[in-house]
Design a protein around this ligand. Structure first.
Ligand code: SF4
Length: 330
């Protein structure tokens, strides 16, 4: 069994051996194939990988937001402060969703309703989740908008989402997500829809809020630059498996798994000159209706061996806290 153990360190969230399938007309999509990781209090933990690797599905499973059918959580545990979120009744789940665990998405308009003012939406969310009066909720909302540096917050409360820029809308969504002081914020590609300068501002803001409010962050991204700027630890996902996990500094320095190496070779390095060609990972992400047997990366791996086509490698701890799933390191 693959278990990512972090010894005696206190855990806020523990995802243990999670399996998720999607039942479609074409067959069963084996989307998540035994994923395990922990998130500690006050840390930013990143799940990184190409589109379709299962990082967003894993994040949504934590809040039990997988549409069923077609999705089905086939096995595993999601322990939040020791409570298995997969076992509690839906009514109890409302105490976690949006209160103890919040989520922000890539496109802020997913979370904002275009026909209500920002103030109305913030006040309603806060009043509902914190059970405070409308007046108290208004004051909390105002403070949160100031905290995320929306200019003239009082006036901003009266405006509609379309009256703000993309970056400001994402700040408002962050204010809404953090207004109930959650222990865990799930940020699914929070900067992808923004241009680079605004991206940097949002990253700085999230880092600052994380430090000041003590919220842990589960960051979902395909962008290694964002991982470097924000996360303490990172798990690299490929085709529904975690293939490498460790502290961000160690993964950036050592990267043992051939897929992690491929990801890093595909990013431009400043100062390398115009002629340098970026290396791409050959082939494409497998169709998870028919995942490759053994190591799911084997059809694309430059180091593939016979055993890789037959046996799924275990996640092994190469050095304290650094895990790799690859037969090269048996
Ligand atoms: Fe490559 Fe084999 Fe390692 Fe998979 S297990 S990454 S195919 S060497």
């Amino acid at each position: 069994m693959d278990t990512v153990s972090t010894g005696d360190i206190e855990k806020l969230l523990r995802v243990n051996e999670l399996y998720i399938n999607f039942y479609t007309y074409e067959g069963v999509v084996k989307a998540i194939d035994g994923v395990s990781f922990d998130i500690h209090p006050n840390e930013t933990f990143a799940l990184v990988g190409e589109t379709g690797c299962g990082k967003s599905v894993t994040a949504r499973a934590i809040l039990r937001l997988i549409p069923t059918p077609p999705g089905k959580i086939e096995g595993g545990e999601i322990l939040f402060n020791g409570v298995d979120l997969l076992k509690i009744p839906e009514k109890e789940m409302l105490e976690y969703r949006g209160k103890k665990i919040s989520m922000i998405f890539q496109e802020p308009m997913t979370s904002l309703n275009p026909v209500f003012t920002v103030g109305d939406q913030l006040v309603e969310t806060i009043a509902l989740n914190q059970k405070v009066s409308k007046e108290e909720a208004y004051n909390i909302a105002l403070k949160m908008l100031e905290r995320v540096r929306i200019p003239d917050a009082e006036n901003a409360m009266t405006k509609y989402p379309h009256e703000f820029s993309g970056g400001q809308r994402q700040r408002i969504v962050i204010a809404m997500a953090l207004s109930c002081n959650p222990s865990l914020l799930i940020a699914d590609e929070p900067t992808t829809a923004l241009d680079v300068t605004v991206q940097a501002q949002i990253i700085n803001l999230m880092n600052e809020l994380q430090k000041n409010m003590g919220t842990s962050i589960l960051l979902i991204t395909h962008d290694l630059g964002v991982v470097a700027e924000m996360s303490d630890r990172v798990a690299v996902m490929y085709a529904g498996n975690i293939v490498e996990l460790g502290t961000t500094s160690v993964i950036f320095e050592k990267r043992y798994h051939p897929y992690t190496q491929g990801l890093f070779n595909a990013i431009p390095v400043f100062g390398k000159g115009k002629q340098t060609r970026l290396e791409e990972i050959p082939g494409s992400v497998p169709n998870l209706l028919y995942p490759p047997p053994g190591c799911r990366f084997h059809p694309r791996c430059p180091h593939v061996m016979d055993i890789c086509r037959k046996e799924k490698p275990e996640l092994i701890e190469l050095e304290p806290g650094h895990y790799v799933r690859c037969h090269l390191y048996r």
